[in-house]
Design a protein around this ligand. Structure first.
Ligand code: FES
Length: 186
């Protein structure tokens, strides 16, 4: 018997960024895309959990409790197993980011290159309050307008061009606030 996950475990609180994404819902198109991915794992369809979660996050911006239930049902898994995957990988989000989600590397080279100051400056520029941010449960902080969000990330594998960040899926080196603002207008 499948045990539903509690809202506390898979919290997906509304954020100002929620307006940037459609609410999770299933469709023929979504099911077809999922079935196509699952077909690559005929030995064990459970192995399709990462591809399915990527599909959900790409379409809906983050992984909601409803989407966890959907993925679990598709793969005949307990929802808690899917939630474990979501919480293990920092790339999966459980609540809505901004339209432009900025991930600032905080590992050694970038820290020495000023990533902490960069984060402070970005928050000031975009009016983001990070006081309630914590790396495990609430890593993402969203601006009141919902347009921007920030998060610290671990090494993004470009230590020689610190500080670096990702703006959505695009990589940027030797960044300052002006460069990030420009990236957010492209
Ligand atoms: S420390 Fe930032 S990219 Fe490696």
């Amino acid at each position: 018997m499948s045990v539903a996950i509690s809202q506390d475990l898979a919290a997906s609180p509304e954020t100002p960024g929620s307006k940037n994404f459609p609410p999770f819902s299933t469709s023929l198109e979504l099911n077809a895309e999922a079935e196509e991915r699952i077909s690559h794992y005929s030995e064990s369809k459970r192995s399709a959990v990462l591809p399915l979660l990527h599909i959900v996050q790409h379409r809906f911006g983050f992984i909601s409790p409803e989407s966890i239930e959907w993925v679990a049902k598709k793969l005949e898994l307990e929802p808690i197993k899917v939630l474990e995957v979501v919480t293990f990988y920092p790339g999966f989000r459980q609540y809505a980011p901004g339209k432009y989600h900025i991930r600032v590397c905080r590992t050694l080279s970038c820290a020495l290159g000023g990533s902490g100051e960069l984060m402070d400056d970005l928050c000031k520029e975009f009016g983001i309050d990070r006081t309630s941010a914590d790396p495990h449960h609430h890593p993402i902080s969203v601006s009141p307008c919902g347009k921007y969000s920030v998060e610290f990330a671990e090494c993004l594998a470009s230590c020689g061009t610190a500080p670096v960040c990702l703006v959505n899926d695009d990589f940027h080196e030797a960044v300052d606030v002006a460069k990030v603002k420009k990236a957010c207008s492209e």
